[in-house]
Design a protein around this ligand. Structure first.
Ligand SMILES: *[C@@H]1O[C@H](CO)[C@@H](O)[C@H](O)[C@H]1NC(C)=O
Ligand SMILES: *[C@@H]1O[C@H](CO)[C@@H](O)[C@H](O)[C@H]1NC(C)=O
Ligand SMILES: *[C@@H]1O[C@H](CO)[C@@H](O)[C@H](O)[C@H]1NC(C)=O
Ligand SMILES: *[C@@H]1O[C@H](CO)[C@@H](O)[C@H](O)[C@H]1NC(C)=O
Ligand SMILES: *[C@@H]1O[C@H](CO)[C@@H](O)[C@H](O)[C@H]1NC(C)=O
Ligand SMILES: [Fe+2]
Length: 447
């Protein structure tokens, strides 16, 4: 197995040209000279190993977990049964305890064109201990399946934690490679921050929801064991779970995890002045206590600083509404998806313009976030290869390859970011940067 195995098993589809990764200097930062041969990405066929239905009567499938409260003491477990509703109970126990507990949930179904869903279960497990391994079983009464997860450490300023970053994943052979690279990355991400656009089921006639089910089975191998934190993208018709942050809608919310405060915004819900999302964010940012959670991270789908000729300027209206707040509250980093490539910005802002002064050029700003686009999960729409030229000054590094990233928080002052392209070995860092926290250590990383 591994990269070489999976590449050779589909070598007719994926001809990869490896070019020496020399980096060219332009007006702006670097446009990588790594050139991945552009081939049509294609979805894995329905009978692929990764889509296999688990054996047994009414066996739970598409098992997935996400954070179920604001600080990490609760987990939402979701799964699908197909033969009958069965039980929505989760039995769980901590590694160090024989005492088995139960949580009851609810089951729902939906219909879409001629598609009828299975029985979708959502069960929240609460009052978990921090930093503890738990086993859990679903499928009680028919075909039980057992999984495990590890709760995050208690929220605190110097708690190290490793996040993975994946966007625009889809279910192609490239998607499978991205997930395998994330799983095999020696830096071992503990939670995925997912940047929107999940299954690309809407690529099919009537948005064939069977491709949601295959996607759920495909990612189970990761998301049944570690939470994925969801951002809604333009390809979503099924809503990500609402979390307990008093968000007024399921599409934007916040969580704390270890030393990070994570704000998830919705690029496709209204965000103009007086809208629910605007008012929520206005009240949310002042609540972030950097003594408790030094790292302020924002996730959204449509990037604000994007120098590819795809979705160009689509993030602009949201930037106009919120960028000044991000600078005022010293957001450390903004992760986006949507553009099927990788790009990292300098610390820049463009907040001086007031309709009469003509000051509308992004400038270096040490209070501003770094903007990173990781829409490169590998979906069926293929890579974004066409870039604006010359590379703008705000763009530090860009490359049209599939991959994933890791944001590895060490303590309140330092975090290590790396981006990993699928063509490389698991440990190779194609782009990397030490992040210095904007509140505790606001020095220039680029020096
Ligand atoms: C997907 O990747 C996994 C892990 O590398 C591998 O076992 C599996 O065979 C791959 N499946 C397909 C359809 O590429
Ligand atoms: C949500 O609102 C409730 C009731 O007003 C409050 O008790 C709780 O602390 C709030 N939670 C957060 C995370 O702000
Ligand atoms: C911020 O968090 C610290 C550490 O938990 C706490 O001591 C302090 O009271 C908090 N500040 C506010 C304004 O809540
Ligand atoms: C790249 O995008 C620009 C702007 O949309 C377009 O004019 C140009 O033809 C595109 N180039 C290629 C090679 O597709
Ligand atoms: C924080 O982490 C960085 C990077 O690992 C390290 O160099 C630094 O000494 C740490 N700071 C403290 C106070 O431990
Ligand atoms: Fe998108």
């Amino acid at each position: 197995m591994g990269l070489l195995g999976s590449v050779s098993s589909s070598s007719s589809l994926i001809a990869i040209i490896l070019v020496l990764n020399v980096v060219a200097l332009c007006n702006g930062g670097m446009t990588s000279t790594f050139v991945r041969k552009v081939e049509k990405t294609i979805d894995m066929p329905l009978d692929s190993d990764v889509f296999k239905v688990p054996a047994g009567y009414n066996a739970p499938q598409q098992v997935h977990i996400t954070q179920g409260d604001h600080v990490g003491n609760a987990v939402i477990v979701s799964w699908v049964t197909v033969d009958e509703p069965g039980s929505s109970t989760v039995i769980y126990w901590s590694e160090n305890s024989k005492e088995k507990k139960q949580a009851k949930g609810k089951v729902l179904t939906y219909e879409f064109y001629n598609y009828k869903s299975g029985y979708i279960h959502h069960t929240t497990i609460r009052k978990l201990k921090f930093n503890t391994k738990y086993y859990y079983v679903v499928g009680i009464g028919h075909t039980p399946r057992k999984f495990w997860f590890i709760t995050p450490p208690e929220v605190g300023p110097d708690v190290p934690y490793t996040f993975g970053l994946i966007g625009d994943l889809g279910q192609t052979f490239d998607s499978n490679r991205t997930l395998a690279h994330y799983e095999q990355n020696p830096q071992k991400g503990k939670t995925v921050l997912f940047l929107g656009d999940l299954s690309y089921a809407d690529h099919y006639p009537n948005q064939d929801n069977v491709r949601w089910d295959t996607w759920g089975r495909f990612i189970e191998r990761s998301v049944a064991y570690q939470p994925w934190i969801w951002t809604a993208g333009n390809h979503e018709i099924i809503l990500p779970p609402k979390l307990a942050s008093n968000s007024t809608a399921p599409f934007w919310y916040s969580i704390k995890r270890a030393s990070a405060y994570i704000i998830v915004l919705a690029s496709y819900s209204a965000y103009g002045k007086y809208t629910l999302q605007y008012t929520w964010l206005e009240q949310e940012l002042p609540k972030v206590n950097r003594t408790e959670t030094p790292w302020l991270i924002v996730l959204l789908h449509s990037p604000w600083y994007n120098s590819y000729n795809y979705h160009y300027m689509e993030g602009e209206t949201m930037r106009v509404m919120f960028e000044a707040w991000f600078v005022r509250y010293k957001v450390d980093v903004v992760f986006a998806g949507h553009v099927h490539a990788y790009e990292r910005s300098e610390r820049v802002s463009n907040v001086a313009y007031n309709i009469v002064n003509g000051i509308c050029t992004p400038v270096k700003d040490q209070s501003a976030p770094v903007y990173i686009t990781i829409g490169d999960g590998g979906n069926i729409e293929g890579l974004a290869t066409n870039m604006t030229e010359p590379q703008p000054a705000y763009s530090a590094y860009r490359e049209a390859s599939f991959g994933h990233a890791i944001f590895d928080i060490k303590n309140r002052t330092h975090a290590y970011f790396s981006w990993h392209r699928n063509q490389d070995g698991y440990a190779v860092e194609a782009d990397k940067l030490w992040f210095f926290n904007r509140y505790w250590n606001p020095v220039d990383e680029s020096k």
